[in-house]
Design a protein around this ligand. Structure first.
Ligand code: HEC
Length: 92
């Protein structure tokens, strides 16, 4: 509940950047992660054993996973997704 509220607040505060990154992310990335995480796709970013520790690592992981997802994002789109994940889940 608290997380949902936070996500909504972020959305309202910066609608364009967050909605862009989240929209791209949700369309391409949720299904496979949901399968891995037993239904809760975004839990892959918040689990105790999460692997990404810094922005560099996040960039590399998003690139690799974008390949796995079969999307060819422009550099700006890649950046929007990285920003969305960093702001919403990782908060380095
Ligand atoms: C075909 C399956 C698949 C797709 C599609 C996919 N991923 Fe992943 N993703 C994985 C796997 C497997 C892992 C690693 C899980 C582990 O280490 O336990 C992972 C892990 C990650 C992590 C690191 C999580 C952590 O531990 O900190 C990020 C970030 C990530 N994915 C981003 C994305 C993004 C962004 C997309 C959409 C472009 C995406 N993934 C699409 C399979 C996928």
């Amino acid at each position: 509940m608290k997380k949902a509220f936070l996500a909504i607040s972020l959305l309202l505060a910066t609608p364009i950047v967050i909605a862009g990154g989240q929209g791209l992310h949700d369309a391409a990335c949720m299904q496979c992660h949901a399968t891995l995480m037993g239904g809760d796709a975004n839990a892959i970013y918040t689990r105790n054993t999460r692997r990404v520790k810094d922005l560099n690592h996040l960039n590399g992981q998003v690139k690799g996973c974008a390949l796995a997802a079969g999307v060819a994002w422009l550099p700006e789109e890649h950046q929007q997704v990285v920003d969305y994940l960093a702001k919403t889940f990782y908060r380095f």
